[in-house]
Ligand binder design. Sequence first.
Ligand code: LAG
Ligand code: CA
Length: 468
Amino acid sequence: MKRLALVLTALLAITGCTTTPSASRGISKNEVGLQMFMWNWESVGKECKANLGPAGFDWVLVMPPQNHIDVPQWWSHYQPVSYEIESRLGTREQFAQMVSDCKSAGVKIIADAVINHMVGIRAGTAWTGEKFVKYSHPGLYTSDDFHPGRLPIGNWSDQNQIQNYELLSLSDLATEQNDVREKISRYLNDLLSLGVYGFRIDAARHIPAADLQWIKAGLPANTYFLQEVAGDEHPDITEYYATGDLWEFDWPRIMKKAFGNNLGAANLPKRLKSAKLLDSDKTVTMVTNHDTERSGEAITTKDAMVQQLAFIYTLASTYGKPMMYSGYSFEDRDQEPKLLSDGRVADPVCPAIDSVPQASYQILQFTCQHRWKAIAGMIAWRDAVGDAEITDAIGRSGVLSFGRGATGHIILNGTDKPIETTVQTQMPAGIYTDAISGKSITVDEIGKFTVQLEAKSAAAISGRSDVR
Ligand code: LAG
Ligand code: CA
Protein backbone atom coordinates (compact mmCIF):
# COMPACT_ATOMS: atom_id res chain seq x y z
CA MET A 1 0.00 0.00 0.00
CA LYS A 2 2.92 2.22 -0.72
CA ARG A 3 1.14 4.66 -3.00
CA LEU A 4 -1.55 5.41 -0.42
CA ALA A 5 1.06 5.94 2.30
CA LEU A 6 2.89 8.41 0.08
CA VAL A 7 -0.33 10.31 -0.61
CA LEU A 8 -1.13 10.41 3.10
CA THR A 9 2.33 11.65 3.95
CA ALA A 10 1.98 14.36 1.33
CA LEU A 11 -1.44 15.35 2.71
CA LEU A 12 -0.09 15.48 6.24
CA ALA A 13 2.75 17.64 5.03
CA ILE A 14 0.26 20.04 3.44
CA THR A 15 -1.92 20.21 6.54
CA GLY A 16 1.14 20.77 8.72
CA CYS A 17 0.47 17.68 10.80
CA THR A 18 3.74 16.21 11.93
CA THR A 19 2.81 12.65 12.90
CA THR A 20 3.03 10.28 9.96
CA PRO A 21 0.79 7.18 9.82
CA SER A 22 3.74 4.94 10.68
CA ALA A 23 4.03 6.64 14.07
CA SER A 24 1.11 4.54 15.29
CA ARG A 25 2.89 1.24 14.63
CA GLY A 26 1.54 -2.17 14.06
CA ILE A 27 0.55 -3.58 10.72
CA SER A 28 -2.53 -2.15 9.05
CA LYS A 29 -5.16 -4.03 7.10
CA ASN A 30 -3.90 -2.86 3.77
CA GLU A 31 -0.30 -3.79 4.37
CA VAL A 32 0.70 -7.05 2.77
CA GLY A 33 3.44 -9.28 4.16
CA LEU A 34 5.52 -12.17 2.88
CA GLN A 35 7.36 -14.96 4.63
CA MET A 36 10.63 -15.68 2.81
CA PHE A 37 11.58 -19.09 4.05
CA MET A 38 15.32 -19.90 3.96
CA TRP A 39 16.27 -16.88 1.85
CA ASN A 40 19.69 -15.63 2.96
CA TRP A 41 20.03 -11.99 4.05
CA GLU A 42 21.80 -10.76 0.97
CA SER A 43 19.20 -12.29 -1.33
CA VAL A 44 16.30 -10.82 0.65
CA GLY A 45 17.89 -7.37 0.36
CA LYS A 46 18.28 -7.73 -3.40
CA GLU A 47 14.76 -9.09 -3.78
CA CYS A 48 13.33 -6.15 -1.82
CA LYS A 49 14.82 -3.73 -4.28
CA ALA A 50 14.23 -5.70 -7.47
CA ASN A 51 10.78 -7.15 -6.83
CA LEU A 52 9.19 -6.83 -3.39
CA GLY A 53 9.12 -3.04 -3.13
CA PRO A 54 7.90 -2.63 -6.74
CA ALA A 55 5.21 -5.33 -6.22
CA GLY A 56 3.87 -3.42 -3.22
CA PHE A 57 4.85 -5.74 -0.38
CA ASP A 58 5.02 -3.85 2.92
CA TRP A 59 6.80 -6.31 5.19
CA VAL A 60 8.85 -9.46 5.06
CA LEU A 61 9.21 -12.14 7.70
CA VAL A 62 12.75 -13.47 7.67
CA MET A 63 14.33 -16.51 9.34
CA PRO A 64 15.58 -16.44 12.94
CA PRO A 65 18.80 -14.42 12.74
CA GLN A 66 20.69 -15.81 15.72
CA ASN A 67 23.58 -18.28 16.05
CA HIS A 68 22.32 -21.87 15.90
CA ILE A 69 23.29 -25.52 16.13
CA ASP A 70 25.50 -26.60 13.26
CA VAL A 71 23.41 -29.29 11.61
CA PRO A 72 22.35 -28.99 7.97
CA GLN A 73 18.54 -29.23 8.42
CA TRP A 74 16.55 -26.01 7.95
CA TRP A 75 15.33 -26.27 11.50
CA SER A 76 18.82 -25.71 12.90
CA HIS A 77 17.74 -22.03 12.95
CA TYR A 78 15.07 -22.90 15.54
CA GLN A 79 17.72 -24.10 18.02
CA PRO A 80 19.59 -21.01 19.22
CA VAL A 81 23.00 -21.40 20.82
CA SER A 82 23.59 -17.69 21.45
CA TYR A 83 22.11 -14.34 20.43
CA GLU A 84 25.00 -13.41 18.19
CA ILE A 85 23.53 -12.37 14.82
CA GLU A 86 25.62 -14.81 12.83
CA SER A 87 24.15 -17.74 10.97
CA ARG A 88 24.15 -19.88 7.88
CA LEU A 89 22.01 -17.12 6.35
CA GLY A 90 24.60 -14.41 6.76
CA THR A 91 26.63 -12.18 9.04
CA ARG A 92 25.51 -9.36 11.29
CA GLU A 93 26.69 -6.88 8.65
CA GLN A 94 24.72 -8.64 5.94
CA PHE A 95 21.64 -8.68 8.15
CA ALA A 96 21.96 -4.93 8.76
CA GLN A 97 22.49 -4.31 5.04
CA MET A 98 19.35 -6.32 4.22
CA VAL A 99 17.28 -4.27 6.66
CA SER A 100 18.52 -1.06 5.12
CA ASP A 101 18.10 -2.28 1.51
CA CYS A 102 14.55 -3.33 2.25
CA LYS A 103 13.77 -0.11 4.09
CA SER A 104 14.92 1.91 1.11
CA ALA A 105 12.52 -0.18 -1.03
CA GLY A 106 9.67 0.56 1.42
CA VAL A 107 9.69 -2.94 2.94
CA LYS A 108 9.85 -3.55 6.70
CA ILE A 109 11.69 -6.51 8.19
CA ILE A 110 10.07 -8.69 10.83
CA ALA A 111 12.59 -11.05 12.39
CA ASP A 112 11.67 -14.48 13.68
CA ALA A 113 12.54 -14.46 17.39
CA VAL A 114 13.16 -17.86 18.96
CA ILE A 115 12.94 -16.99 22.65
CA ASN A 116 11.01 -19.86 24.25
CA HIS A 117 13.90 -22.27 24.15
CA MET A 118 17.49 -22.95 23.20
CA VAL A 119 18.66 -26.35 21.90
CA GLY A 120 17.16 -29.83 21.87
CA ILE A 121 20.34 -31.84 21.38
CA ARG A 122 22.53 -32.98 24.25
CA ALA A 123 25.71 -31.27 23.08
CA GLY A 124 27.25 -29.93 19.92
CA THR A 125 28.91 -27.10 18.08
CA ALA A 126 27.35 -23.82 17.08
CA TRP A 127 27.49 -22.24 13.63
CA THR A 128 30.14 -19.86 15.04
CA GLY A 129 32.22 -22.82 16.24
CA GLU A 130 31.60 -22.56 19.97
CA LYS A 131 30.78 -25.72 21.92
CA PHE A 132 27.67 -26.07 24.04
CA VAL A 133 25.86 -28.66 26.09
CA LYS A 134 22.11 -28.56 26.64
CA TYR A 135 21.25 -26.12 29.52
CA SER A 136 24.69 -24.54 29.39
CA HIS A 137 25.55 -21.68 27.06
CA PRO A 138 28.70 -20.02 28.42
CA GLY A 139 28.36 -16.27 28.83
CA LEU A 140 24.58 -16.42 28.37
CA TYR A 141 22.54 -19.08 30.18
CA THR A 142 23.30 -21.62 32.87
CA SER A 143 21.12 -24.48 34.08
CA ASP A 144 19.18 -22.22 36.55
CA ASP A 145 17.85 -20.25 33.59
CA PHE A 146 15.78 -23.19 32.35
CA HIS A 147 12.62 -24.76 33.72
CA PRO A 148 13.58 -27.57 36.06
CA GLY A 149 11.05 -30.20 34.91
CA ARG A 150 12.94 -30.99 31.74
CA LEU A 151 10.23 -33.25 30.44
CA PRO A 152 8.74 -33.16 26.96
CA ILE A 153 5.19 -31.76 26.77
CA GLY A 154 2.98 -34.83 27.13
CA ASN A 155 -0.48 -33.47 27.80
CA TRP A 156 -1.50 -30.83 25.29
CA SER A 157 -4.50 -29.72 27.31
CA ASP A 158 -2.41 -28.84 30.35
CA GLN A 159 -1.35 -25.20 30.18
CA ASN A 160 1.39 -25.75 32.76
CA GLN A 161 2.99 -28.43 30.59
CA ILE A 162 2.56 -26.42 27.40
CA GLN A 163 4.35 -23.44 28.92
CA ASN A 164 6.88 -24.94 31.32
CA TYR A 165 7.81 -28.29 29.81
CA GLU A 166 9.92 -28.87 26.73
CA LEU A 167 8.47 -28.38 23.25
CA LEU A 168 10.12 -31.07 21.07
CA SER A 169 12.67 -31.62 23.88
CA LEU A 170 14.00 -28.08 23.43
CA SER A 171 15.49 -26.66 26.65
CA ASP A 172 12.74 -24.39 28.00
CA LEU A 173 13.80 -20.94 29.17
CA ALA A 174 12.46 -19.75 32.53
CA THR A 175 10.95 -16.63 30.99
CA GLU A 176 9.35 -15.69 34.33
CA GLN A 177 12.82 -14.93 35.72
CA ASN A 178 13.96 -11.35 35.34
CA ASP A 179 17.53 -12.12 34.34
CA VAL A 180 16.30 -14.41 31.55
CA ARG A 181 13.76 -11.88 30.29
CA GLU A 182 16.38 -9.15 30.39
CA LYS A 183 18.69 -11.19 28.17
CA ILE A 184 15.85 -11.77 25.73
CA SER A 185 15.00 -8.04 25.76
CA ARG A 186 18.65 -7.20 25.15
CA TYR A 187 18.69 -9.50 22.11
CA LEU A 188 15.50 -8.00 20.69
CA ASN A 189 16.75 -4.46 21.34
CA ASP A 190 19.93 -5.35 19.49
CA LEU A 191 17.89 -6.39 16.44
CA LEU A 192 15.81 -3.20 16.74
CA SER A 193 19.04 -1.19 16.72
CA LEU A 194 19.70 -2.71 13.28
CA GLY A 195 16.36 -1.35 12.09
CA VAL A 196 13.94 -4.28 12.25
CA TYR A 197 10.28 -3.29 12.59
CA GLY A 198 9.19 -6.09 14.85
CA PHE A 199 9.23 -9.78 15.60
CA ARG A 200 7.49 -13.04 14.93
CA ILE A 201 7.43 -14.59 18.38
CA ASP A 202 8.20 -18.25 17.75
CA ALA A 203 6.33 -20.73 19.94
CA ALA A 204 4.48 -17.86 21.69
CA ARG A 205 1.89 -20.36 22.89
CA HIS A 206 4.63 -21.89 25.02
CA ILE A 207 5.49 -18.59 26.70
CA PRO A 208 3.03 -17.16 29.25
CA ALA A 209 1.33 -14.02 27.94
CA ALA A 210 2.47 -12.17 31.09
CA ASP A 211 6.12 -12.96 30.28
CA LEU A 212 5.72 -11.56 26.77
CA GLN A 213 4.17 -8.43 28.27
CA TRP A 214 7.19 -8.02 30.51
CA ILE A 215 9.62 -8.56 27.63
CA LYS A 216 7.72 -6.17 25.40
CA ALA A 217 7.74 -3.51 28.11
CA GLY A 218 11.55 -3.51 27.85
CA LEU A 219 11.40 -2.56 24.16
CA PRO A 220 10.50 0.74 22.49
CA ALA A 221 6.73 1.28 22.87
CA ASN A 222 5.97 0.89 19.18
CA THR A 223 7.67 -2.48 18.64
CA TYR A 224 5.48 -4.89 16.65
CA PHE A 225 4.89 -8.51 17.76
CA LEU A 226 3.30 -11.17 15.58
CA GLN A 227 2.77 -14.15 17.85
CA GLU A 228 2.69 -17.79 16.91
CA VAL A 229 -0.10 -19.23 19.05
CA ALA A 230 -1.28 -22.35 17.25
CA GLY A 231 -3.89 -24.47 19.00
CA ASP A 232 -7.07 -23.41 20.67
CA GLU A 233 -8.14 -23.09 24.30
CA HIS A 234 -4.81 -23.77 26.00
CA PRO A 235 -3.81 -21.10 26.58
CA ASP A 236 -6.70 -18.80 25.70
CA ILE A 237 -5.36 -17.17 22.55
CA THR A 238 -6.98 -13.83 23.26
CA GLU A 239 -4.62 -13.38 26.25
CA TYR A 240 -2.04 -12.50 23.62
CA TYR A 241 -4.00 -9.63 22.07
CA ALA A 242 -2.34 -7.30 24.59
CA THR A 243 1.11 -7.84 23.06
CA GLY A 244 0.27 -7.87 19.37
CA ASP A 245 -1.19 -9.77 16.45
CA LEU A 246 -1.70 -13.50 15.97
CA TRP A 247 -1.97 -15.90 13.08
CA GLU A 248 -5.32 -17.51 12.38
CA PHE A 249 -4.37 -21.16 11.94
CA ASP A 250 -7.86 -22.05 10.72
CA TRP A 251 -7.32 -19.89 7.66
CA PRO A 252 -5.00 -22.30 5.81
CA ARG A 253 -7.37 -25.18 6.59
CA ILE A 254 -10.38 -23.25 5.35
CA MET A 255 -8.48 -22.25 2.19
CA LYS A 256 -7.64 -25.88 1.55
CA LYS A 257 -11.26 -26.96 1.96
CA ALA A 258 -12.47 -24.17 -0.26
CA PHE A 259 -10.01 -24.35 -3.13
CA GLY A 260 -8.48 -27.82 -2.78
CA ASN A 261 -11.42 -29.52 -4.46
CA ASN A 262 -13.78 -28.91 -7.33
CA LEU A 263 -16.83 -27.29 -5.72
CA GLY A 264 -15.59 -25.99 -2.35
CA ALA A 265 -15.21 -22.32 -3.27
CA ALA A 266 -18.92 -21.64 -3.44
CA ASN A 267 -19.38 -22.57 0.23
CA LEU A 268 -16.58 -20.34 1.44
CA PRO A 269 -18.72 -17.41 2.64
CA LYS A 270 -20.91 -19.80 4.67
CA ARG A 271 -17.88 -21.60 6.08
CA LEU A 272 -16.27 -18.33 7.13
CA LYS A 273 -19.47 -17.18 8.81
CA SER A 274 -19.62 -20.28 11.00
CA ALA A 275 -15.86 -20.41 11.74
CA LYS A 276 -14.79 -19.00 15.08
CA LEU A 277 -12.05 -16.76 13.77
CA LEU A 278 -9.92 -14.40 15.84
CA ASP A 279 -10.64 -10.65 15.75
CA SER A 280 -9.91 -9.44 12.24
CA ASP A 281 -7.79 -6.47 13.30
CA LYS A 282 -5.54 -8.67 15.48
CA THR A 283 -5.04 -11.34 12.87
CA VAL A 284 -2.60 -12.16 10.12
CA THR A 285 -3.95 -14.53 7.48
CA MET A 286 -1.80 -16.98 5.60
CA VAL A 287 -2.38 -19.65 2.98
CA THR A 288 0.59 -21.47 4.44
CA ASN A 289 3.74 -21.02 6.48
CA HIS A 290 6.78 -23.30 6.63
CA ASP A 291 5.16 -25.59 9.22
CA THR A 292 1.75 -26.06 7.59
CA GLU A 293 3.51 -26.51 4.24
CA ARG A 294 5.05 -29.61 5.81
CA SER A 295 2.12 -30.84 7.89
CA GLY A 296 -0.42 -31.50 5.14
CA GLU A 297 -2.84 -28.87 6.49
CA ALA A 298 -2.27 -26.31 3.77
CA ILE A 299 -2.24 -25.91 0.00
CA THR A 300 1.33 -26.21 -1.29
CA THR A 301 3.16 -25.61 -4.58
CA LYS A 302 2.36 -29.22 -5.48
CA ASP A 303 -0.90 -27.51 -6.51
CA ALA A 304 0.57 -24.16 -7.43
CA MET A 305 -2.50 -22.88 -9.32
CA VAL A 306 -4.65 -23.73 -6.32
CA GLN A 307 -2.21 -22.03 -3.98
CA GLN A 308 -2.28 -18.93 -6.18
CA LEU A 309 -6.09 -18.92 -6.09
CA ALA A 310 -5.99 -19.05 -2.28
CA PHE A 311 -3.44 -16.19 -2.22
CA ILE A 312 -5.75 -14.20 -4.50
CA TYR A 313 -8.74 -14.84 -2.24
CA THR A 314 -6.74 -13.96 0.89
CA LEU A 315 -5.73 -10.66 -0.69
CA ALA A 316 -9.32 -9.95 -1.76
CA SER A 317 -10.80 -10.74 1.64
CA THR A 318 -11.81 -8.09 4.17
CA TYR A 319 -10.75 -10.38 7.04
CA GLY A 320 -7.28 -10.05 8.56
CA LYS A 321 -3.92 -8.78 7.36
CA PRO A 322 -2.58 -11.02 4.61
CA MET A 323 0.82 -12.68 4.59
CA MET A 324 2.00 -14.47 1.43
CA TYR A 325 4.58 -17.27 1.46
CA SER A 326 7.66 -18.05 -0.60
CA GLY A 327 9.73 -21.19 0.02
CA TYR A 328 11.27 -24.13 -1.82
CA SER A 329 10.10 -27.57 -2.87
CA PHE A 330 11.30 -30.64 -0.96
CA GLU A 331 10.65 -34.34 -0.67
CA ASP A 332 11.69 -34.76 2.93
CA ARG A 333 10.31 -32.28 5.51
CA ASP A 334 13.74 -31.79 7.15
CA GLN A 335 15.55 -31.08 3.90
CA GLU A 336 17.52 -27.83 3.69
CA PRO A 337 18.04 -25.96 0.41
CA LYS A 338 21.42 -26.01 -1.31
CA LEU A 339 24.34 -25.14 0.98
CA LEU A 340 27.73 -23.83 -0.16
CA SER A 341 30.86 -25.82 0.72
CA ASP A 342 31.43 -23.59 3.76
CA GLY A 343 27.91 -24.34 5.03
CA ARG A 344 26.25 -21.06 4.12
CA VAL A 345 22.84 -21.15 2.44
CA ALA A 346 23.34 -20.61 -1.29
CA ASP A 347 21.52 -17.78 -3.07
CA PRO A 348 18.04 -18.90 -4.13
CA VAL A 349 17.51 -19.47 -7.84
CA CYS A 350 13.95 -18.83 -8.99
CA PRO A 351 12.33 -20.94 -11.75
CA ALA A 352 13.03 -19.84 -15.33
CA ILE A 353 9.37 -18.81 -15.58
CA ASP A 354 8.53 -17.12 -12.32
CA SER A 355 5.60 -14.85 -13.19
CA VAL A 356 2.97 -17.60 -13.08
CA PRO A 357 2.58 -20.87 -11.12
CA GLN A 358 4.28 -23.90 -12.65
CA ALA A 359 2.81 -27.38 -12.97
CA SER A 360 5.76 -28.83 -11.07
CA TYR A 361 8.94 -27.72 -9.37
CA GLN A 362 12.24 -29.57 -9.14
CA ILE A 363 13.12 -30.78 -5.66
CA LEU A 364 14.98 -28.02 -3.78
CA GLN A 365 13.95 -25.44 -6.36
CA PHE A 366 13.03 -22.12 -4.76
CA THR A 367 9.43 -21.55 -5.81
CA CYS A 368 9.39 -17.71 -5.65
CA GLN A 369 5.62 -17.31 -5.38
CA HIS A 370 6.12 -13.62 -4.54
CA ARG A 371 7.05 -13.04 -8.21
CA TRP A 372 3.70 -14.27 -9.53
CA LYS A 373 2.22 -11.31 -11.32
CA ALA A 374 -1.25 -12.09 -9.96
CA ILE A 375 0.01 -11.32 -6.46
CA ALA A 376 1.32 -7.87 -7.41
CA GLY A 377 -1.94 -7.29 -9.29
CA MET A 378 -4.00 -8.25 -6.26
CA ILE A 379 -1.91 -6.10 -3.89
CA ALA A 380 -2.81 -3.13 -6.11
CA TRP A 381 -6.44 -4.30 -6.18
CA ARG A 382 -6.51 -4.48 -2.38
CA ASP A 383 -5.19 -0.92 -2.19
CA ALA A 384 -7.75 0.25 -4.73
CA VAL A 385 -10.80 -1.18 -2.91
CA GLY A 386 -9.52 -0.06 0.50
CA ASP A 387 -12.11 -0.39 3.24
CA ALA A 388 -15.15 -0.89 0.97
CA GLU A 389 -17.49 -3.59 2.28
CA ILE A 390 -18.20 -6.84 0.46
CA THR A 391 -21.28 -6.64 -1.78
CA ASP A 392 -22.99 -8.81 -4.38
CA ALA A 393 -21.52 -12.06 -3.05
CA ILE A 394 -22.56 -15.11 -5.05
CA GLY A 395 -21.29 -18.67 -4.63
CA ARG A 396 -22.56 -21.21 -7.13
CA SER A 397 -21.21 -24.46 -8.61
CA GLY A 398 -17.67 -23.93 -7.38
CA VAL A 399 -17.53 -20.32 -8.55
CA LEU A 400 -17.41 -17.41 -6.14
CA SER A 401 -17.77 -13.75 -6.96
CA PHE A 402 -18.15 -10.61 -4.93
CA GLY A 403 -17.77 -6.89 -5.24
CA ARG A 404 -16.39 -4.20 -3.00
CA GLY A 405 -19.18 -1.76 -3.83
CA ALA A 406 -18.34 0.39 -6.83
CA THR A 407 -14.59 0.14 -6.19
CA GLY A 408 -13.87 -3.37 -7.41
CA HIS A 409 -15.13 -6.83 -8.28
CA ILE A 410 -13.61 -10.30 -8.30
CA ILE A 411 -14.62 -13.70 -9.59
CA LEU A 412 -12.87 -16.95 -8.66
CA ASN A 413 -13.26 -20.22 -10.53
CA GLY A 414 -12.53 -22.92 -7.95
CA THR A 415 -13.52 -25.73 -10.31
CA ASP A 416 -11.25 -28.03 -12.29
CA LYS A 417 -12.72 -26.82 -15.59
CA PRO A 418 -12.57 -23.62 -17.62
CA ILE A 419 -15.75 -21.55 -17.49
CA GLU A 420 -17.35 -18.58 -19.16
CA THR A 421 -19.55 -16.51 -16.94
CA THR A 422 -21.27 -13.15 -16.66
CA VAL A 423 -21.42 -11.21 -13.38
CA GLN A 424 -23.42 -8.23 -12.21
CA THR A 425 -21.28 -5.56 -10.56
CA GLN A 426 -21.70 -2.05 -9.17
CA MET A 427 -18.80 -0.85 -11.30
CA PRO A 428 -19.22 2.05 -13.69
CA ALA A 429 -19.21 1.09 -17.37
CA GLY A 430 -15.73 1.07 -18.90
CA ILE A 431 -12.78 -0.99 -19.98
CA TYR A 432 -10.72 -2.32 -17.09
CA THR A 433 -7.50 -4.31 -16.82
CA ASP A 434 -7.78 -7.66 -15.09
CA ALA A 435 -5.42 -7.53 -12.08
CA ILE A 436 -4.60 -11.20 -12.64
CA SER A 437 -4.18 -11.78 -16.37
CA GLY A 438 -3.58 -8.22 -17.51
CA LYS A 439 -6.29 -8.67 -20.17
CA SER A 440 -9.06 -6.14 -20.79
CA ILE A 441 -12.50 -6.60 -19.23
CA THR A 442 -15.46 -4.52 -20.41
CA VAL A 443 -18.17 -3.57 -17.96
CA ASP A 444 -21.33 -2.67 -19.84
CA GLU A 445 -23.92 0.06 -19.24
CA ILE A 446 -25.79 -1.98 -16.64
CA GLY A 447 -22.63 -3.04 -14.76
CA LYS A 448 -22.22 -6.55 -16.15
CA PHE A 449 -19.09 -8.19 -17.51
CA THR A 450 -18.35 -11.56 -19.09
CA VAL A 451 -15.08 -13.48 -18.67
CA GLN A 452 -13.55 -16.80 -19.60
CA LEU A 453 -11.63 -18.30 -16.71
CA GLU A 454 -9.23 -21.23 -16.77
CA ALA A 455 -9.61 -23.92 -14.10
CA LYS A 456 -8.52 -22.62 -10.65
CA SER A 457 -8.14 -19.03 -11.81
CA ALA A 458 -9.69 -15.65 -11.16
CA ALA A 459 -10.30 -12.20 -12.61
CA ALA A 460 -10.40 -8.96 -10.65
CA ILE A 461 -11.07 -5.37 -11.68
CA SER A 462 -10.90 -2.15 -9.74
CA GLY A 463 -11.31 1.55 -10.33
CA ARG A 464 -7.56 1.92 -10.40
CA SER A 465 -7.23 -0.45 -13.35
CA ASP A 466 -9.68 1.49 -15.54
CA VAL A 467 -7.79 1.94 -18.78
CA ARG A 468 -10.06 4.60 -20.25
C1 LAG B 1 7.82 -23.14 15.74
N1 LAG B 1 6.86 -22.36 16.03
O1 LAG B 1 6.33 -22.27 17.20
C2 LAG B 1 8.39 -23.20 14.39
O2 LAG B 1 7.50 -22.59 13.46
C3 LAG B 1 8.71 -24.62 14.06
O3 LAG B 1 9.15 -24.74 12.75
C4 LAG B 1 9.75 -25.12 15.06
O4 LAG B 1 10.06 -26.50 14.83
C5 LAG B 1 9.22 -25.03 16.49
N2 LAG B 1 8.32 -23.93 16.72
C6 LAG B 1 10.38 -24.86 17.46
O5 LAG B 1 10.99 -23.59 17.32
C7 LAG B 1 11.15 -26.74 13.97
C8 LAG B 1 10.97 -28.09 13.26
C9 LAG B 1 11.19 -29.23 14.24
C10 LAG B 1 12.55 -29.09 14.91
C11 LAG B 1 12.54 -27.77 15.68
C12 LAG B 1 13.85 -27.51 16.39
O6 LAG B 1 9.66 -28.14 12.72
O7 LAG B 1 11.19 -30.46 13.48
O8 LAG B 1 12.72 -30.17 15.81
O9 LAG B 1 12.37 -26.69 14.71
O10 LAG B 1 14.91 -27.47 15.51
C13 LAG B 1 13.87 -31.01 15.60
C14 LAG B 1 13.48 -32.47 15.42
C15 LAG B 1 12.80 -32.96 16.71
C16 LAG B 1 13.73 -32.79 17.91
C17 LAG B 1 14.14 -31.30 17.99
C18 LAG B 1 15.16 -31.07 19.10
O11 LAG B 1 12.57 -32.59 14.32
O12 LAG B 1 12.53 -34.38 16.54
O13 LAG B 1 13.07 -33.14 19.12
O14 LAG B 1 14.75 -30.88 16.74
O15 LAG B 1 16.41 -31.62 18.80
CA1 CA C 1 8.12 -22.21 27.69
